[in-house]
Structures are given as structure tokens and as C-alpha cells.
Design a protein around this ligand. Structure first.
Ligand code: ATP
Ligand code: MG
Length: 774
């Protein structure tokens, strides 16, 4: 090989080597570059990791601190809780009442010793036991007295009890005679907290109190029964005393004897009133009183009481006024008798304790919520001696009389208001008093009673053609009540002060005139006649208080009205007058007397009996009464009657005599030997049913005023019921009512004296007794 070729080959080899070197160099550089960047990166990472580690380490330090603090607090808290819990349990252990907590599933969590002691140290009674088990143990181990219940029933009852939201307390009697009251409450989480209070002492005291109360009640009932019996026993002989005094008064007596006898009679009657009060009070006390529910007219009821008490008010010169709310109904359902009794007590007191001025009875009412009921307010206001404020609370208590401290100028027992208050409260109302000593008193009561719709609503307006009412009356309450009444009825009332003033008013045919009676009756009559002659007024009325003395049928008045005037009576007077047109149609005088006759029919009149006929028989009266004195009184009371009176001494005899004599009326005592009046009445009714005859009126006469008896008496077929002491007039009234056709008049006519002696048949029983004694 040539040299150049060799050189060329060497050059080429060198060039190739140089190229390779160059390439290797650049690759090395690149690798170096990468390495350097990686190294840089690594170093960065190391720096940051180091920072993180440092931070984490500091945080860990921090946490460690915090943990330490927390642990410390926790330890402190735990110890505080322990102390609190220990204190709580120590306290719970010191009380002698049991305390226990159950969880929501009724498992015992904790209980104090007192609670555990209830279970008499039974080992299984400890936290973890279920309530169901506890109750079962109580019953089955005889720890508790389950009373009349069986073990099972008692357990069911106790478990049921826990189911309610508000658990009622339960008092349990334990085996050792102790009583525990269990009070259980659920907490918000449903736990059950139980408190078992030892109430043994309290129960013992309650037992003693109950026993004492029962003893006191029994004693009180015995007292009331004793009083009721005693007053009943006293009434019977008193009845004889009063009755005989009455009869004796009808005989020939000189002034002195009459005065003594009057005293006997009035004292006897006063005693009977007291006895009735005591009887009433003891009946209320013994809870033997019942109330009727019957329709009655309240306004009439008030007026009846007022009429009864009017004489005593007049004797004292007192005005007695009734102001009955014109727009209030008058018919209610209630016990009229009891309401009358209340009114009599209150109005009677007002009159008794008032020497001058007036006594006013005001009645107002408001419809109740249902509309058919009325809340009725009655006030009785007087201008009497009044009651000192310190005594106001006492007057309703029994036997409390203010006069005991003043001087005893008034009679009475001090029972009236006590009875009144009891009656009103038993009827669901209330009584009150308001009084100023020396000025007057106001007593009142309210009652809520169902009102009865009148079939025809009562008319309360005067005839439309009527204009004026001219009133001449004493100034005062009665006058203002009448004026109010008249103006509410649509008239324009004018008051005048003398008879001459009436003429000055020039009454027209559209006017009515009211003249109040004053002392000078004799003046009124001619003046009234003169008025009638001069004027053609629509009506002329006389207002009186109590008895009046006018020639019957010949006086110039259209009607006489008793003060206080019942609004129904006032209405009847006004509507009885014909309109002025009608007056002109007939002669003035006739129209006047016609209207008058109409109105006067309202007032009680005495009618003459039928003329005696020769062929008529005497009316037959059968009376059954076992008490001899009473028979005697009875016979004497009827001695002026033309009747055939037969006595029976007991019920059995009465029934026999009834079949024999077929009486027109039977009077019978209730309690009699052999057969009582009720049984006798039943048998008589049976006989009548057999005979198919009309029932004969049977009137019971009894000293029992017990209301309960009344229903029983009436149920036996008895028609009426009279209380002793007997009143001659009511016996006669019953006989007159029962008088059948075809019998002789029972009463001799008014003019002629009684001629025929009463046909009194001998007492059969007495005759028999006399016969058997021989
Ligand atoms: P009784 O009513 O039993 O016959 P009484 O009227 O004395 O006797 P209450 O009606 O209970 O008994 O009254 C008790 C007392 O209250 C009376 O004694 C009297 O002191 C006083 N009192 C009652 N009403 C009035 C009155 N309207 N004005 C003044 N005092 C009165
Ligand atoms: Mg009284």
C-alpha cells in the first residue's frame, strides 16, 4: 500500500475519531447538565423537607402540651364530679325518704339505702334490677299490702301506672305498717326518678281526723234528729193548746179572761213558729230537705208574702213597695214554697227591724247564657236600725242576734237568716247583706231559674187609646213604683197632691185616675162621687194598703187595688175598661160598674151557699185520728157546720167506716196505730176501684212537716196535705170544696144564725172501748 493511501486512510481515521470525540463530548456535556439540574432539585427538596419536619415537630410539641393540660383538667373535673356525686349520695342517704333512679328501660341505676330498706334487705334489689321485678317482689314477698286486689291485679295496676305521661302518686302500706307515698317523674332523657316519702305519721293523723270527723258528724246528725223529733213531739201537744185556746176564745169570756187566753194563744203560736224554725234547720242539717221543680209565678209569690206581712208594716206606718222589673218574665221553675220562706224571712226581718220609713223589694233579672234561664236578683232594702259593720259577718250564723248586745227589743230565735242562707245556697244561689247602722240595711239574694214561656206572652202595655194617668198618692216608694209601672205601660203619668187638683187636671175620657187611700176615707168617697159626676174619665181606681171599708157595689171606683200593685192586676184593671167609644154606646154609669165588676172578680168574694132544701142529706165527713185531744179539737172546730162527722181511731177503722158510711170527704192523720194513714188511703183507693166510684177527696193531717213525707203521702193516693196546728178555715175550705150536689149547705147562710146543731156521730172507737171496759 502506498503511502498517500496510507496517509489518506490515516486522515480519514483521524477525522472519524475527531467526530466521535466531538459527539461524545457533547453527550457528556448534556449528561452533566442533567446531573447538575437534578442535583439542584434534590437540594431544594432537602431544604423544604427539613422545614416541614421542623414544623411538624413543633406542632407535635404543642399538641403534647395541650394534651397534658387537657388531661389535667379532665382529672380535675373527674374529681369534682366524684365529689359532687359523693355529696349528692351522702345527702340522699341522710334523708329518711327513699330515692331511686331508673333508666328509660326501667332498670334501676341507683337507689339510696332508705329506698332499698323498703325491700327489707332483699339481696337481689340492687342496681341492674328491673322495675317489673321490683313490683313483682313487693307483691309476692308480701312487702306491700295489696288491699282488696289480688297479687296480679296489683302488679298490673302498678305497671300501668308508670305508662302514663304524668304518673299519679301512689300510697302503699308496707309489711311493717309504714306508709310510703311514691312519686315518680320521667326526666327529659326518659329516666325515671322515684321518691318514696314516708307518710306514716301523716296517715295516722289523717286517720284520727277522719275518725273525729265521723264522730262529730254522727253526733251532729244525732243532735239534728233529736231536735227534729223533739220539735215534732212538742208540736203535737202545742197544737192541742193553741187549738183549745182558739175554741175557748169563742165562748163567753170577760175582758180579763180573754186577755189571758189571747196571751196563751199568741205565746203558743210563737212557740210553734220557733219550733218550726228549729225543725226546718235540723232538717237542712240532717240533709232531709228536698226541693221541688215546678212552674210558679215569682211576682205573685212575692206579693203573697208582702200581703201576709203587710198588716205588721201598716201597724208601724211603714211603706212596703215592690218593684218588679216590668220586662222580666214572671213564671219560673223552682220551689215556690222555699222561695216564699226565704222572702218571708228577709222581708219579715226588714219590717221587724224598721221603725219608720219604708221597706222596698226590688226584683231584676238578666237572661242567662242559654236564654231559657234567668239570673234573678232580689233585694230587700229597709230604713231600719241597720247592723254594725263588725256584726255583718255574724248575722247569717245560727242563733246570732245583734240585739243580744243592744237590748232585746225584738223577738225571734236568730235562725231565720241561717235557714235563709242554707236554702238559697242549696238552690244554687247566694245571699248577701249591706248595712249601715242607724241608716238601714239591704239584704239580697240571687238565683238562676229556668223561665217558662207564657202561652200568651203577657201584655204590658195599656190600651192604645189611653193617654194620661193622674195619680194622687202619698209621695214615696209606692208612688214612684206605680208611676214607673204606668209610664212603662205607655201612659203619661201626672201626679197631683189633692182631690181638687184632680179636677184642675180636667180628666178626659182617655184618662185614668188613681186615688190613694189616706186616713180620711170618708172624704174620699164623696169627692170620688163628685169627680165621677163632673168628668167622664176612662177609669177611677182606689189604691189601698190593707183592709178598706166601702159600701159594696155602690162606690164610684172601677176597682180597688192593693198596694203594692201587682203589674198583672194593674194590666187587668186597665184592659177591663172599655174604649171611650164603648163607653158612649151604653150609659156611662153602667159601663163603669160593668168594668168594676169584672175587676172586682179578681178580689176574693164570699158567696152565699145554695138555699137549704128539706130533702137533702147532710154531707158526710170521716176523720181518722188516734189522739183524743186532736179529735176533740177537730170536732169543736167543725161544730158550727151542718155535717155528719164520724171519727175513726186508726187506719183500719177508717177503711171499715169508709165502706160502711161512704163519706164525701176523708181527713186522716198519718201516724196511727194498727194501720197508718197512707196504708188506709191505699186501701180506700182499692175499694173505690172495685166499686168503680169517683175517688173521694182524702186530706192528710200530720205533724210531720218533712218534705220527703209529702211525696210519699201523695203517692198513697192522698189528695192534699195539711200541717198541724189545724186551722179551722182550711178544714172548712176543704169541706166546702168537696161538697157534692144533693147535700145540705154546710154553712148556715150569712144572715141567719146556725140553727141546726151539727150532726156529730159518736166516736165509734170510744164507744167500743167503753163497751169492752164494762
Ligand atoms: P228569727 O228570724 O229566727 O225569728 P231573728 O230575726 O232575730 O230571729 P235572723 O233573721 O237570723 O234572726 O236575723 C239575725 C239578726 O240579724 C237579727 O236578730 C238582727 O239583729 C239582724 N238583722 C237581720 N235583719 C236585719 C235588718 N233588716 N235590719 C237590722 N238588723 C237585722
Ligand atoms: Mg228573722
Amino acid at each position: 500500500m502506498e503511502m498517500s493511501e496510507q496517509l489518506g486512510a490515516e486522515r480519514r481515521a483521524r477525522l472519524a475519531a475527531e467526530r466521535l470525540l466531538q459527539q461524545t463530548k457533547s453527550e457528556l456535556y448534556e449528561a452533566n447538565q442533567k446531573l447538575a439540574s437534578h442535583a439542584r432539585h434534590l437540594s431544594d427538596e432537602i431544604v423544604s423537607t427539613r422545614a416541614t419536619t421542623k414544623r411538624v415537630m413543633s406542632e407535635a410539641e404543642d399538641l403534647k402540651d395541650r394534651y397534658q393540660t387537657a388531661r389535667f383538667s379532665l382529672e380535675q373535673a373527674e374529681s369534682a364530679i366524684m365529689i359532687a356525686e359523693r355529696r349528692l349520695w351522702d345527702s340522699l342517704e341522710t334523708i329518711r325518704d327513699g330515692f331511686a333512679v331508673f333508666d328509660a328501660d326501667n332498670t334501676l341505676i341507683a337507689a339510696n339505702r332508705a329506698y332499698l330498706a323498703i325491700f327489707d334487705g332483699l339481696e337481689m334489689v340492687r342496681p341492674g334490677i328491673e322495675m317489673r321485678m321490683l313490683i313483682a317482689l313487693m307483691a309476692e314477698e308480701g312487702l306491700v299490702d295489696t288491699g282488696a286486689q289480688t297479687c296480679r291485679e296489683w302488679q298490673d295496676m302498678m305497671l300501668d301506672r308508670l305508662k302514663s305521661n304524668r304518673i299519679d302518686a301512689a300510697v302503699l302500706k308496707l309489711w311493717n305498717g309504714q306508709y310510703y307515698r311514691f312519686i315518680d317523674r320521667r326526666t327529659r332523657d326518659g329516666d325515671l326518678v322515684t321518691l318514696a316519702l314516708n307518710v306514716s305519721d301523716q296517715m295516722a293523723r289523717e286517720g284520727q281526723l277522719k275518725e273525729a270527723r265521723l264522730r262529730a258528724e254522727a253526733a251532729n246528725r244525732a243532735k239534728s234528729a233529736f231536735l227534729a223529733n223533739m220539735s215534732h213531739e212538742i208540736r203535737t201537744p202545742m197544737n192541742g193548746v193553741v187549738g183549745m185556746a182558739d175554741l175557748l176564745l169563742e165562748t163567753d169570756l170577760d175582758e180579763e179572761q180573754r186577755a189571758y187566753l189571747d196571751t196563751i194563744r199568741t205565746s203558743g203560736e210563737a212557740l210553734l213558729v220557733i219550733i218550726n224554725d228549729v225543725l226546718d234547720y235540723s232538717k237542712i242539717e240532717a240533709e232531709k230537705i228536698s226541693f221541688k221543680s215546678e212552674p210558679f209565678d215569682l211576682e205573685r209569690c212575692i206579693h203573697e208574702v208582702v200581703t201576709l206581712l203587710h198588716p205588721s208594716a201598716i201597724t208601724k206606718g211603714l211603706q212596703l213597695a215592690v218593684d218588679y222589673d216590668l220586662f222580666m218574665p214572671t213564671t219560673y221553675i223552682g220551689d215556690a214554697g222555699r222561695i216564699r220562706q226565704v222572702l218571708t224571712n228577709l222581708i219579715g226581718n226588714a219590717i221587724k227591724f224598721t221603725e219608720e220609713g219604708h221597706v222596698a223589694i226590688r226584683v231584676v233579672g238578666l237572661p242567662g247564657e242559654t236564654g231559657s234561664e234567668y239570673r234573678i236578683h232580689v233585694t230587700i232594702e229597709d230604713t231600719g236600725i241597720g247592723i254594725p259593720e263588725s256584726k255583718l259577718d255574724d248575722v247569717f250564723r245560727e242563733f246570732q242576734q245583734v240585739e243580744n248586745d243592744r237590748d232585746r227589743a225584738h223577738d225571734g230565735t236568730g235562725l231565720g237568716l241561717a235557714i235563709t242562707r242554707r236554702l238559697v245556697s242549696l238552690m244554687g244561689g247566694e245571699v248577701w247583706v249591706d248595712s249601715t247602722e242607724g241608716v238601714g240595711s239591704g239584704f239580697g239574694f240571687h238565683l238562676t231559674l229556668p223561665s217558662v214561656e207564657d202561652d200568651e206572652p203577657e201584655q204590658i202595655s195599656a190600651p192604645p187609646w189611653m193617654r194620661r194617668a193622674i195619680v194622687l198618692d202619698d209621695e214615696g216608694l209606692n208612688q214612684s213604683v206605680i208611676l214607673k209601672q204606668l209610664s212603662l205601660m205607655g201612659l203619661s203619668p201626672t201626679t197631683v197632691s189633692s182631690l181638687d187638683d184632680i179636677a184642675a187636671e180636667n180628666p178626659t175620657p182617655q184618662d185614668v185616675v188613681f186615688v190613694g187611700q189616706r186616713d180620711r176615707d170618708d172624704l174620699i168617697l164623696p169627692a170620688a162621687v163628685a169627680l165621677r159626676e163632673r168628668f167622664n174619665m176612662a177609669g177611677l181606681f182606689l189604691l189601698v194598703s190593707g183592709p178598706y171599708n166601702l159600701p159594696k157595689g155602690e162606690h164610684p171606683f172601677d176597682a180597688v187595688l192593693q198596694r203594692p200593685v201587682l203589674r198583672a192586676d194593674m194590666m187587668r184593671c186597665l184592659t177591663a175598661i172599655g174604649s171611650p167609644g164603648a163607653v158612649e154606646a151604653v150609659s156611662g154609669e153602667e159601663a163603669g160598674s160593668d168594668a168594676g165588676a169584672d175587676v172586682e172578680a179578681v178580689m176574693p168574694t164570699v158567696e152565699a151557699g145554695p138555699a137549704p132544701g128539706a130533702d137533702l142529706r147532710a154531707m158526710r165527713v170521716l176523720a181518722a185520728e188516734d189522739n183524743r185531744t186532736n179529735r176533740f179539737v177537730f170536732q169543736k172546730m167543725l161544730k158550727t157546720l151542718d155535717i155528719e162527722l164520724v171519727f175513726a181511731e186508726n187506719g183500719l177503722e177508717a177503711v171499715e167506716l169508709f165502706s160502711e158510711m161512704r163519706p164525701d170527704i176523708v181527713f186522716t192523720d198519718i201516724s196511727m196505730p194498727k194501720m197508718d194513714g197512707k196504708e188506709a188511703a191505699r186501701q180506700i183507693r182499692r175499694i173505690e176501684a172495685e166499686w168503680r166510684t169517683e175517688p173521694c177527696p182524702i186530706i192528710a193531717i200530720t205533724a210531720h212537716a218533712m218534705e220527703g213525707d209529702e211525696a210519699e203521702i201523695l203517692a198513697a193516693g192522698i189528695d192534699h196535705y195539711l200541717c198541724k196546728p189545724l186551722k179551722k178555715q182550711s178544714l172548712i175550705d176543704h169541706i166546702l170544696t168537696a161538697q157534692p150536689l144533693g147535700t145540705r149547705p154546710v154553712m148556715a147562710d150569712v144572715e141567719g144564725a146556725v140553727t141546726a146543731p151539727p150532726a156529730v156521730t159518736l166516736v165509734r172507737g170510744l164507744m167500743e172501748k167503753a163497751a169492752s171496759a164494762n
